[in-house]
Design a binder for this molecule. Structure first.
Ligand SMILES: N[C@@H](CCC(=O)N[C@@H](CS)C(=O)NCC(=O)O)C(=O)O
Length: 463
């Protein structure tokens, strides 16, 4: 690690939180007994395969939930703060950022990107992800919900006319999100399975963020409020909540300036026990449900369809599941960095029909596809038949879906990506998918005007 990258490093030890650097200070100046301890006591839970190093801005953003989770797991971590464009370009040229984006987390000899993939790895590793598949999918649904809400708050500083956004966040928090958690916590101590999970940790983070903006927002949500009290006594979190910890403050102007400066460049399918039918409720079009249809097709799972409800909703094994990515995980077990990247790209295409000035968006998608996403998959497929672990996974299925979507918009886009092109050929011969690709299957067409009108009518979205 280049010392110039290290702005300041704070280490959370088992006992206390110590600010150790700026790195320029004399190392001997702080050799208190507590600090010496750090070399003697191995950090709780953590096998010493190496340090955990987070690379991000010196602010909350997408890294903050990762900091919270590591704190809850009582895992020490170091931080590299990005302050200059040059640092970021170095990371790019070193090939450290798979999709040219931070957060970056170095852990167990890996360089991980994609926030949710990272959260999931840490949660699994430290037993904070629910005890079985059904608990895990519940945890994921809660996580996705709180993440959606936090993302609205996160992007607030970058918005010019803040009041309408703030009003929208407050309404959504009160009417959509908090009632869910209020109900889930009417009795149970934790959200899922009677034990602490990453969903609890993220809900704690989220409610504190909400209170910063709307101090009285929990007045009508007493269960959530007392949950907050309990969470603040979880040992790792109680330390994290103390001044001087690695928790970051609300974004200020200096933080915003840095972020803007840096952004200057432009399945266990087959052996699944089917306790019941799989029913998908969605619009009669692609949207966020299409990846689920693809995955179920690859898994050769029969589905029934009911149209035009508000959200992606899947009824499977007697549960009603919402939140697209959580469903994918239940079916294919593991969301990884690839599928999150592919989803980012597909979401850009998915939003196109709702955009008035399409050309700049299209240009941006084409550039990102060619320069950011396809090169990753071209490399990953130079040799291997499948993306991960030598076997078909949901990432392959999603990549197939994504490349076909891309070709619909840019027919020659795979000309320079031969491995991806021949992967497409292989995937089209996967039995479930070969059926799904035939006319008359449940695969949906590109969105037309009727689809767009229906979505707008039903959801009345505020884009
Ligand atoms: N889906 C990604 C999104 C990451 C992301 O948008 N990161 C921003 C910083 S918060 C970034 O690196 N942007 C640069 C870019 O997209 O070019 C994740 O959750 O990690």
């Amino acid at each position: 690690m280049k010392m110039s990258y290290v702005h300041s490093v704070v280490m959370v030890t088992r006992g206390t939180t110590h600010t150790l650097l700026p790195s320029a200070t004399s190392p001997t100046a702080e050799l208190s007994p507590a600090r010496l301890h750090r070399f003697v006591i191995p950090p709780k839970n953590q096998t010493m395969a190496g340090k955990v190093v987070l690379t991000y801005f010196d602010g909350r953003g997408r890294m903050e939930s990762i900091r919270w989770l590591l704190a809850a797991a009582e895992v020490e971590f170091e931080e590299v703060f990005l302050t200059t464009r040059e640092q970021y370009e170095k990371l790019l040229s070193d090939g450290d950022l798979m999709f040219q984006q931070v957060p970056l987390v170095e852990i167990d000899g890996m360089k991980l990107v994609q926030t949710k993939a990272i959260l999931q790895y840490i949660a699994e590793k430290y037993n904070l992800h629910g005890k079985d598949l059904k608990d895990k999918v519940m945890v994921n649904m809660y996580l996705e919900g709180t993440m959606d809400l936090m993302e609205m708050i996160m992007t607030l500083p970058f918005v010019k006319d803040k009041q309408p956004k703030l009003d929208n966040i407050e309404t959504k928090a009160k009417e959509r999100y908090l009632p869910v958690f209020e109900k889930a916590l009417s009795g149970p101590v934790y959200l899922v399975g009677g034990k602490l999970s990453c969903a609890d940790v993220q809900l704690m983070e989220c409610t504190l963020m909400l209170e910063e903006k709307f101090p009285a927002i929990l007045a009508d949500f007493r269960n959530v409020k007392s949950f907050q009290g309990r969470m603040s006594r979880v040992p790792g979190l109680s330390k994290f909540l103390q001044p001087g910890s690695q928790r970051k403050p609300q974004p200020d102007d200096a933080y915003l300036k840095t972020v803007i400066e840096l952004h200057r460049f432009v399945i266990p399918p087959k052996n699944q026990t089917m306790a019941g039918k799989v029913v998908l409720t969605y619009f009669n079009g692609r949207g966020k449900m299409e990846s689920i249809r693809w995955l179920l097709a690859a898994a050769e799972v029969e589905t029934e369809i009911s149209c035009s409800s508000r959200f992606p909703l899947v009824e499977i094994d007697g549960m009603k599941l919402i939140q697209t990515k959580a469903i994918l995980q239940y079916i294919a077990e593991k969301i990884n960095m690839y599928s999150e990247g592919i989803m980012d790209l597909m979401e850009m295409i998915m939003m196109l029909p709702f955009v008035t000035d399409k050309q700049p968006k299209l240009d941006n998608i084409e550039t990102k596809a060619k320069e950011r996403y396809l090169p990753v998959f071209e490399k990953a497929l130079s040799g291997p038949v499948y993306l991960v672990g030598g076997k078909l996974s949901c990432a392959d299925v999603q990549l197939m879906e994504c490349t076909l979507m891309l070709e619909e918009k840019f027919p020659a886009i795979l000309a320079d990506f031969r491995n991806v092109k021949s992967f497409q050929g292989r995937m089209s011969r996967v039995p479930g998918l070969s059926k799904f690709l035939q006319p008359g299957s449940k695969r949906k067409q590109q969105p037309d005007d009727v689809y767009v009108k229906t979505v707008i009518e039903v959801l009345r979205p505020k884009f």
